[in-house]
Design a protein around this ligand. Structure first.
Ligand SMILES: Nc1ncnc2c1ncn2[C@@H]1O[C@H](COP(=O)(O)OP(=O)(O)OP(=O)(O)O)[C@@H](O)[C@H]1O
Ligand SMILES: [Mg+2]
Length: 285
């Protein structure tokens, strides 16, 4: 595995300012929006075009359970975890992701002087998806079960026009991972994959996925750098939660995003350090 220092960015990518998409997971949020991290984000926003895509799965689960709507999760045969999203759950998902979580982030950013605009993937057709009709779950005993897809979606397209307009006016988009289905229904889409597809559509230089671990681990050892090929061959041994990030990184980089970084929101200056390549696992072509 090569060290990050040996990586040369492709010359076709913008030098300054960079365009960066930051995915902030639920578990990364407390650190990502602490006072000191917010100062770092403000500095990053001044120097670069920045877009935030957020998660919020734990908050959705908490609120749903308070509403007596028990949440169920499945793991696919490939090892990807997903929420079983029936009609009641998609309503809670939309309210919590697009409302509570999204607006909290927008408020925090405005407090520090960042002109943030909260959106869901439904707005302006940012995230278009097709509904999964069937999903396959792998039971703990190894057996496979076919389940109705409910309101989960597979991202089929990104409408980047609204985002380009917002960025050109120096606002910062903050996007909740809710997509618009072909029947104009709301769909639950994975936040990491949404961030990866948005980064690709916006021809971003960088996709950063901040979470609660410092690097991807393989056999307990941290990975500094992977090529897309290395990432792809290790994917089957990466656990749920992290595997969607690695998959999103592969998708983004193969579609032209200069590099993807998976790292922690803890520690000093998580945004600038991810940009400078000092922290996290970096994935490049
Ligand atoms: N090989 C691995 N290396 C590192 N972390 C791993 C690995 N396999 C699984 N994980 C888990 O992946 C988790 C991160 O993904 P997770 O989906 O839980 O968080 P998130 O994406 O930041 O939040 P959210 O899903 O709410 O947006 C880590 O906490 C870790 O436990
Ligand atoms: Mg996750």
């Amino acid at each position: 595995m090569r060290r990050p220092g040996s990586i040369r960015r492709p010359s076709t990518h913008r030098e300054i300012p960079m365009r960066a998409v930051f995915k902030i997971g639920d578990r990364a949020m407390a650190n990502a929006f602490s006072d000191s991290s917010l100062k770092d984000l403000e500095k990053t926003y001044r120097a670069n075009q920045s877009i935030i895509v957020h998660g919020g799965g734990d908050t959705v689960t908490k609120i749903a359970e308070q509403l007596n709507i028990p949440q169920k999760f499945i793991v696919s045969p490939e090892g990807f975890k997903s929420r079983l999203t029936d009609e009641e759950t998609i309503d809670v998902y939309t309210m919590v992701m697009g409302g509570k979580v999204n607006k909290k982030i927008v408020r925090e950013l405005q407090r520090i002087g960042i002109p943030a605009v909260g959106l869901s993937g439904i707005d302006g057709g940012i995230l278009q998806a097709s509904r999964k009709t069937r999903i396959i779950a792998k039971e703990p005993d190894g057996r496979r079960r076919v389940i109705e897809g409910g309101y989960t979606g597979h991202i089929t397209g990104v409408g980047e026009q609204l985002l380009e307009t917002i960025l050109s006016e120096k606002f910062m988009p903050v996007i909740a991972p809710i997509a618009l289905g072909t029947e104009f229904e709301p769909l639950n889409v994975d936040g990491d994959r949404a961030a990866g597809q948005i980064a690709a559509a916006l021809k971003a230089d960088l996709l950063v996925m901040l979470t609660d671990v410092e690097k991807v681990l393989v056999d307990g050892k941290p990975v500094d750098h992977w090529t897309v090929e290395e990432a792809r061959s290790s994917l089957p041994i990466i656990g749920p939660g992290m595997n969607t990030k690695v998959q999103a990184a592969i998708e983004a980089v193969t579609q032209g995003v200069g590099r993807a970084v998976i790292g922690s929101s803890a520690g000093e200056s998580p945004y600038s350090k991810a940009i400078s390549g000092e922290v996290g696992t970096m994935i490049t072509l």
